[in-house]
Design a protein around this ligand. Structure first.
Ligand SMILES: Nc1ncnc2c1ncn2[C@@H]1O[C@H](COP(=O)(O)OP(=O)(O)OP(=O)(O)O)[C@@H](O)[C@H]1O
Ligand SMILES: [Mg+2]
Length: 227
């Protein structure tokens, strides 16, 4: 279980996440929505220990997520796909995958290739020469190379064509169902994300203003007033 207990976080003394509390059970699929600047990325970064100005408690499977110790947190099974196409542009697709793997990287690459055949097809190509959407898929493959038990994705559909969005979302459903990986997705594409996530949080100005089943959120008539 990932747990946020009275967590506040910010940058340079300015709080941007304000006293939030929520839990994500193992195997759950959670979406986090909210307007630009609401604090969604900051919440994700807190979950992987990438924000140092934090108060309150963030923990994963009963142990504190240590601020500033991203690598250690990743080793504990917390996988993070940051916003934007974070790939090593000057390295091949295959090399991007192998350097991201913690254990048995070569064996794991084949699993990723099975999941995303486009990466096998482009294995020898420089990552920087992939299309934006292909780079996004590579970034997801790189996070999966760490064999996470919880996968945090920050706007994975940005810049992707609708058909690719569908592929990415259905691969997340598949990963969740087949391996029990917990999935937390920050997204602007609400309809596509609600197909994957059974529960949703909505953030507004650093606070959680809704936490409930996706179906309940879909029915809310004043939903759009939050964005
Ligand atoms: N490294 C940083 N230094 C200073 N301020 C930051 C930093 N990162 C984020 N902020 C500020 O914190 C607030 C929350 O940002 P955050 O990136 O968490 O929002 P978000 O909900 O992910 O927004 P978006 O939908 O635009 O990605 C914003 O006002 C932003 O300007
Ligand atoms: Mg963001």
């Amino acid at each position: 279980m990932l747990s946020f207990n009275n967590v506040s976080a910010g940058y340079g003394g300015v709080p941007v996440v304000k006293d939030i509390a929520f839990e994500v059970a193992d195997g759950e699929t959670l979406a986090i929505f909210g307007h630009n600047g609401a604090g969604k990325t900051t919440v994700m970064r807190c979950a992987v220990g990438d924000v140092t100005e934090v108060t309150g408690a963030v923990s994963y499977r009963g142990e504190a997520v240590i601020p500033g110790a991203v690598f250690r947190n990743v080793r504990r099974g917390i996988g993070f796909v940051p916003q934007g196409h974070n790939v090593f542009r000057e390295l091949s697709v295959r090399r991007n995958l192998t350097i991201s793997g913690l254990n048995h990287p070569d064996a794991k690459v084949d699993d990723i290739y099975r999941l995303f055949p486009i990466l096998r097809e482009r294995g020898g190509q420089l990552a920087g020469s992939l299309s934006g959407g292909q780079q996004q898929i590579l970034a997801l493959g790189m996070a999966l190379m760490t064999q996470p038990s919880i996968l945090l994705l920050d706007e994975p559909s940005t810049g992707l064509a609708p058909i690719i969005v569908r592929d990415v979302m259905s691969s997340l459903t598949k990963i969740n169902r087949e391996t029990g990986t917990t999935v937390v997705i920050v997204e602007q594409n609400i309809p596509a994300t609600l197909k994957v996530a059974s529960r949703a949080l909505v953030m507004k100005a650093g606070r959680v203003v809704f936490d409930g089943p996706s179906r309940e959120l879909e029915r809310k008539e004043d939903l759009w007033a939050w964005f």
